[in-house]
Write a protein that binds this ligand. Sequence first.
Ligand code: HMN
Length: 294
Amino acid sequence: LAAFEGIYVAMYSAYDDDGNIDRDRVKKLARYYAGKGVKGLYVGGSSGEGMLQSAEERKLVLEAVMEEVKGELTVIVHVGANSTRESVELSKHAEQQGADAISAVPSIYYRLSEAAVENHWQHMIDSTRLPFIIYNIPQTTGFGLSYDLCRKMAKQDKVIGVKMSGESTFELQQFKEAGGEDFLVFNGPDEQFLAGRMMGAAGGIGGTYGIMPELFFALNELYSQRKLDEAQSLQFKINAIIKKLLGYPSLYGACKHILSIRGIETGQPRLPLLPVRPEHYESLAALNVEIEEA
Ligand code: HMN
């Protein structure tokens, strides 16, 4: 299990200028993270816009990622789709591609009972030999993982952890408690990384890591060495950056633009996520400098 502890970049989408998946851009983005101290990548999650892509597109993305960093970075694939059938198809594909673990949100749109969500996840778990990480993000899915369901699922060897993107660090700690010794909690909200670690997270999976992987790697190291004052100052510095990012039409658009300033083109986020506009370029360039000097 220790093999999964660490910092995972929730990779952003990479499209060509027409908005189609761009293999070369995906590969270049994945390559950018190798050697930055991060443990691995989380592919096709919220930041990766998996929910806005067809199954074929999601497979293309994963294939490009695996071609580039297989064996070098630990790859967790978000396989959650609205139908169980499609989620299972993506799970099997992830295993064929040699991914290290799969993960999924509940199905969205229908208001599902806990039993329905559990069954949805169980089909994915049973369809491969891969470890499974529950993705709990109640503010977007409308489904909040209960401690009981967490405890029940954690009893299976294949269920190795939960990605906790809810904002309560109390709940985060309770999921760790429910899951027990051999259960990993990954911190979701990047602005609470340090707090999440303090409350029991074994690492984090985050979108903004993608534009400042070195800062999150450093923050994690400071926490591991229990240099808490320094860790707190670094988290505050990171939060000043995140606060600015959240002021743009879309967070992902802002982060993708910052990558493009660095020569890593990933295109605009896919609608309905709003793109950043030319009037934002100047302040984003300044923010990029702020990150590079942090
Ligand atoms: C993912 O699945 O792409 C991310 O890991 C989700 C992650 O928890 C992000 N949450 C959302 O985008 C909703 C955070 O990294 C978030 O972007 C950050 O904390 C800024 O608020």
